[in-house]
Design a protein around this ligand. Structure first.
Ligand code: ADQ
Length: 485
């Protein structure tokens, strides 16, 4: 599919905070690549590799010598970025102090909580904002350099695809500089996290600048329609733009910007293959309720543990038969204390209510955990989409399958209609939903999971890339797509 996309698109420049691999120094002090194989990289890398494209991003390390070359991938590398030659990569270099204030300050301490509608957790500092502006300028300059270096073919405009909340200012500068130089291009932006309602968004002191930055694009994409409407609303109320809510259009500076819901997918078939190959990870006597998350306050870990505790209180028939397995990348958190209390309260010599796996697990192991769990518990307090919900259903190849529970505050809760919906804030109800999942009749489980799997298979990550390009007007025709949405 990617070949068709490339044929009709021409060149693409992807701009993201991180390159699709990180650079590290080996014992000899030489730079080496460490590959990354996330779904986004898998889908987008071939478009860049096959389509005469470029990738602009921070390499994960501060490079003192601006002329130090980017190494090629290791010959043993079989990930999708292996074919990304160093000449296709532009590593953005940013002063370490500015980078820290931009990334840890403005991006993670301000935008992350604010855009997840948790303003009390957000800090608003002028210094962080200044660093964000400087870093975005640096990314914009590097992207312009990339644009200038691309060969031009008649009738083709290079496509620039800017990703996520780290780079909300860059697009407008890229457009202005390209216009000044007479370089035509098309600009698209995709936000991977929620876009908040106006009442939350306007708390950010420089919110006008953010909108102007994003409106530098021809098309702005979000996971779901709610985020699109929030954005359109903010453009109207902050900037006074003329908007068309029905068709999701915003007028700005004599241009019309398209706003589109583009729910991201996963590499579905890859997860199915992994699930088919992976050895069994649990015994058959106990049922597993599974959580998989980065440890982040938006993911609702404490609420989840409380709901599980309530389940054991209200339905003691599950004691000794059901465990909550939480797989998490560790960070500072109050979750540990709560889990210790819960473990102490219910544990018997042969059974523990909770099992924790800290740290990254391999994709093979992850697929086995997904496949062999009775319930996938995806209950963030707020989440742009949530890929775990999709990976879980892809790996549910056993008959009868398990049951997915999703929070209505994740993008996945909007799109995965046959999952059980659970409000993580309502602990009693959340525990009842887990009980319902654990006792659901087989035929209902099969029916729900069939629909969920069918949708995710059709709307996989390649389809997402293709939809993005279609929304940019870059595909002349779009292949028939049986969307059961
Ligand atoms: P994230 O907030 O990182 O992504 P999510 O969509 O859940 O959240 O993706 C997490 C990924 O990390 C999944 O692919 C999962 O398999 C993996 N993962 C989590 N814990 C792991 C562990 N312990 N070991 C190994 N792998 C682990 C942001 C937004 C989301 C949006 C995505 C994509 O916050 O809402 O869905 O981008 O747009």
């Amino acid at each position: 599919m990617n070949v068709d996309v490339v044929a009709s698109t021409g060149s693409m420049i992807v701009v993201s905070n991180r390159l699709p691999f990180v650079l590290q120094r080996n014992k000899e002090g030489n730079l080496v690549r460490k590959a990354s194989a996330g779904g986004l990289v898998t889908a987008v890398a071939p478009v860049v590799i096959n389509g005469n494209g470029l990738w602009v991003g921070w390499p994960g390390i501060h490079l003192d010598d601006p002329n130090e070359p980017i190494p090629e991938s290791d010959p043993s590398d079989i990930t999708p970025t292996a074919g990304l030659k160093s000449e296709k990569v532009i590593a953005v270099r940013i002063d370490p102090i500015i980078f820290d204030s931009y990334y840890n300050g403005c991006c993670n301490a301000t935008f992350w909580p604010l855009f997840h509608s948790m303003p009390d957790r957000a800090t608003f500092k002028g210094e962080h904002w200044k660093s964000y502006v400087k870093a975005n300028k640096e990314f914009a300059d590097c992207t312009l350099k990339a644009l200038k270096s691309l060969p031009r073919h008649a009738g083709e405009f290079p496509l620039i695809w800017v990703h996520d909340y780290h780079l909300m200012l860059a697009a407008n500068w890229i457009r202005q500089a390209a216009d000044d130089l007479g370089l035509q291009c098309k600009l698209g932006f995709f936000l991977h996290i929620p876009f908040p309602p106006w009442d939350i968004f306007r708390l950010f002191p420089w919110s006008d600048e953010i909108l102007q930055g994003m409106l530098g694009c021809d098309m702005v994409g979000f996971h779901i329609a709610d985020y699109c409407l929030n954005f359109v609303d903010c453009c109207q109320r902050n900037l006074g733009c003329r908007v068309d809510r029905k068709n999701l259009l915003v007028e700005q500076g004599g241009r019309t910007v398209r706003v589109r819901p583009l729910p991201i997918g996963i590499p579905f078939e890859r997860f199915v293959e992994l699930a088919e190959k992976a050895p069994r990870v649990f015994g058959t006597t106990q049922k597993i309720v599974l959580g998989v998350d980065r440890l982040d306050y938006t993911k609702g870990l404490v609420h989840r543990l409380r709901a599980f505790e309530k389940l054991l209180e209200n339905h003691p028939e599950h004691i000794g038969k059901v465990s909550l397995l939480q797989i998490a990348v560790p960070s500072r958190t109050d979750v540990k204390d709560w889990s210790a209390e819960l473990t102490g309260r219910f544990t018997t010599p042969n059974w523990s209510p909770i099992r924790y796996i800290y740290g990254c697990v391999s994709q093979d192991e992850l697929a086995a955990f997904y496949r062999d769990s009775a319930v996938g518990l995806v209950t963030p307090l707020r989440d742009g989409m949530n890929l775990v919900a999709k990976e879980f259903v892809a790996c549910q190849i056993n008959i009868p399958p398990g049951v997915l529970i999703v929070s209505p505050f994740a993008g996945a809760g909007e799109t995965m209609h046959e999952a059980l919906i659970s409000n993580p804030y309502e602990i009693d109800d959340a525990s009842e939903v887990i009980h319902r999942a654990l006792t659901m009749p087989e035929d209902e489980r099969i029916l729900r999971m069939n629909y969920l799997r069918r949708r995710e298979k059709l709307n996989d990550v390649n389809y997402w890339t293709k939809s993005f390009l279609a929304a940019m007007g870059s595909l002349v025709t779009q292949e028939d797509h049986d969307d059961i949405g």
